[in-house]
Design a protein around this ligand. Structure first.
Ligand SMILES: [Zn+2]
Ligand SMILES: [Zn+2]
Length: 746
């Protein structure tokens, strides 16, 4: 038997909140080493033991393969005597580190707490607010800093003697757990009817009973209210959809565990890791045929958004319901999610039949985060609860504090202090007064939390965005405008810790172009300070302007014009086809609108009820096994122009010839990916750039991303994709902030 050795490793630098401990855990486990890793006051401490060769490899890989956002400043290694660890664990943080720690994200109930929750002998048996040092509410209950109980919404709950003893005992797992409490001293549940009167009985059992009967129950969660019905109950799901005025957007489904998730969706290792992560995001997964979910939950969708319970209350509800449950944001249409009791009763009064509430206030609203695995990697679609407000690390520090105000849809903002970029949680579409107020309040809260007075404020170039107007009205700051698609590419650079320059491919719905057209299918030479437009998708008019965004069939008209009069899409809109074409509209190079055209052409969607719907459904419609690709020619002038009308014409010809729409949708995706790769190859010849950054909401399309990345890599490119912030406009604020900081350094 090989002699065991042990080393104690101390790692300093930016190693907390960047996935360092899981990295160490997986590295050690892979090498068959035993021991533990934990955060301490100024870094990460690792005790590791095993055979000499594996320990050597461990120390090499620790620095070589460290997570992208970590910055190792120093590694100290001391030899010791093996302690006989079995297996490798992530231990609780050394509590001495807490006073310096930043406010962390809310974290799902840990296994230790779940054991107590289920233990009839434990004093917190079935207590819906159980938490500890390793889990529970954080960001959403913090009113101010430093983070301790009096500055949280737990301030009003005086600890009982038993809780206080645990809180002060360094050996206890609730040592300095700020939100700790128990049935004797902590918050309580109540179940109210729609008029706000108490319903009697056990609130959890009673709520479940109502749900089984098809009633909609509003449930107060971590970052806001949700609306819940059993996921298999069609009548209830349809009623919820109707009352929420939400026509097509899928509802998320909460499942009790991975086993239950596997009854509904394909769950691979990446997905399982995401579902069970502390952040507990909604994970978009391929739905299994015949999955027992009511049709109204996710109409016309091959995916389902699944999440696992993240609060003790969710665990109790699901255990009692014993089947998956729809859990969708407690709001009407696009308003911000309700998070205060009185407001919820008013705004959700017409939707919910009962309210499962409690007296621990939610200070900060945070929606559920949404992620999607792409080829074994993570893609964040909405970054909120569980991730915010943990900072991303910039490659170089900002000389002065920056506030970046983001765009309009899927709005976030970003505050930068030195190398830390605090991207806010998803705020929503900044299209109404309610959301703007929520945005302004969140900016103020972040400024206090991170003790930051922005001197530079970055904004979009679109003067009509409420975020731009908000920036313009801030007194005594230096403003810097950042073009929308430049911000997308800068966001991807910052997400990857890369300074550029790169060939940036920014494909999205629409953004303000400096030439007065609407951009959205752009090839840029970009770094963090500036960009040049090198190419774009060929312009096409958007018939009726903004109306075309809601009516994708207008884009089909723009591309097809009077060709193929026999196609169904032309027949469906025959009465308006000529008028719409004669009316014209602003020119756009938008990739999103191109997807709209093909979606309408194939009969997938003629009118949209939410942004990006037609494109999302077209992806769902495409046959992933299809290998054919439509060719698009490239026009070479000052700029490379991709003649995407070729793709639409080829699709129309195939359709007229009787080809299946799933195959056509597949060939369209493949053709666009091929056009992107060829365009980048042409641009590499003229610029010498060998790295490509993909950004913009269109690159949340798994099919398009997988194929584009494969072709680019085959052509020898290094490809940068989004990992930590969304490729859509939710990532714009990080890009604006990175640009503002880089310009300030220049
Ligand atoms: Zn816990
Ligand atoms: Zn207590």
């Amino acid at each position: 038997m090989t002699a065991l050795k042990r080393v104690d490793v101390h790692v300093e630098g930016i190693v907390q909140g960047v996935g360092f401990r899981p990295f160490v855990h997986s590295l050690a486990s892979r090498l068959g080493l035993a021991g533990q890793v934990r955060n301490d006051v100024d870094g990460v401490h690792i005790e590791v033991e095993g055979a000499h060769t594996e320990l050597e490899e461990f120390l090499t890989a620790l620095e070589r393969d460290a997570p992208a956002l970590s910055e190792i400043e120093a590694v100290t290694v001391v030899s010791g005597t093996p302690a006989g660890h079995t297996g490798f664990t992530i231990a609780a943080s050394d509590p001495r580190g807490r006073p310096h720690a930043l406010v962390s994200a809310d974290s799902a109930t840990c296994d230790d707490c779940l054991r107590e929750l289920a233990d009839p002998a434990d004093r917190r048996h079935r207590y819906p607010f159980i938490n500890c040092t390793d889990c529970g509410p954080r960001f959403t209950i913090v009113r101010g800093v430093p983070y301790d109980r009096p500055r949280t919404t737990m301030a009003g709950f005086a600890m009982c003697a038993a809780c206080a003893a645990e809180y002060h005992d360094p050996g206890d797992r609730r040592f300095h757990a700020q939100p700790t409490c128990c049935p004797a001293c902590g918050p309580r549940l109540r179940l109210l009817d729609a008029r706000g009167a108490d319903l009697c009985g056990d609130p959890v059992s009673c709520a479940v009973h109502l749900m089984r009967g098809g009633r909609v129950v509003a449930v107060k969660g971590l970052g806001g209210f949700h609306l819940a019905v059993p996921a298999a109950h069609e009548e209830a799901a349809a009623a919820l959809r109707g009352r929420k005025h939400r026509e097509d957007k899928p509802f998320a489904v909460m499942v009790a565990d991975l086993a239950q998730a596997r009854l509904l969706c394909q769950v691979d290792d990446t997905a399982a890791g995401l579902l069970t992560s502390r952040a507990r995001p909604i994970v978009l997964l391929p739905r299994l045929p015949g999955a027992p979910v009511a049709p109204s939950v996710a109409p016309a969708n091959r995916s389902l958004g699944l999440m696992l319970p993240y609060t003790p209350l969710h665990h109790l509800l699901l255990a009692e319901l014993a089947e998956p449950m729809v859990l969708t944001s407690g709001n009407v249409c696009d308003e911000p999610i309700a998070h205060e009791d009185a407001d919820a009763l008013t705004r959700l009064g017409g939707i919910a039949d009962a309210f499962l509430i409690h007296d621990r206030a939610i200070h900060v609203r945070a929606d559920d985060s949404v992620v999607r695995p792409i080829s074994g990697e993570v893609s964040v679609l909405r970054r909120a609860r569980g991730y915010a407000p943990e900072p991303l690390t910039l490659r170089r520090p900002a000389p002065r504090p920056v506030l970046a105000c983001g765009a309009e849809l899927k709005s976030t903002f970003c505050l930068v202090k030195e190398r830390r970029a605090f991207v806010s949680q998803h705020i929503g579409d900044l299209e109404n007064h309610e959301t703007l107020r929520s945005f302004a309040e969140a900016v103020d809260h972040f400024r206090r939390l991170f003790d930051l007075r922005p001197q530079i404020v970055a904004h979009d170039l679109d003067p009509a965005y409420l975020s731009t107007r908000y920036a313009m009205e801030l007194p005594g700051v230096e403003l810097t405008g950042v073009q929308h698609h430049h911000a997308h590419i800068a966001s991807c650079l910052a997400d990857n810790g890369d300074p550029g320059p790169v060939i940036g491919v920014a494909f999205d719905g629409l953004g303000h172009g400096p030439d007065g057209t609407l951009w959205g299918g752009e090839f840029l030479r970009a770094d963090l300070t500036s960009f040049d437009r090198l190419g774009h998708l060929a312009h096409v008019p958007m018939p009726g302007g903004a109306t075309a965004v809601r009516q994708p069939w207008r884009m089909a008209a723009a591309y097809l014009r009077h060709d193929h009069p026999g196609l169904d899409v032309v027949r469906r809109h025959a009465d308006r086809w000529s008028d719409v074409l004669a009316g014209g509209g602003p020119l756009t190079s938008s990739a999103g609108r191109l997807f709209d055209a093909v979606a309408a052409l194939l009969g997938v969607r003629d009118t949209s009820t939410y942004e990006g719907q037609a494109a999302i459904e077209l992806e769902q419609h495409a046959d992933p096994a299809e290998t054919g690709a439509y060719p698009a020619s490239l026009g070479h002038g000052d700029l490379v122009v991709v003649q995407v009308a070729d793709l639409v014409r080829a699709a129309a010809a195939d359709l007229a010839a009787g080809a299946g729409t799933h195959a056509i949708a597949g060939r369209f995706h493949n053709g666009l990916a091929d056009a992107v790769a060829r365009t980048c190859t042409v641009l590499r010849d003229t610029t010498g750039l060998t790295a490509v950054a993909l950004s913009g909401g269109v690159f949340q399309n798994v099919l398009l991303v997988e194929r584009t990345v494969r072709l680019l890599r085959a052509a020898g490119f290094r490809v940068l994709r989004h990992v930590r912030v969304p490729a859509n406009d939710g990532g714009i604020s990080l890009g604006q902030a990175a640009v503002a900081a880089a310009r300030d350094r220049a």
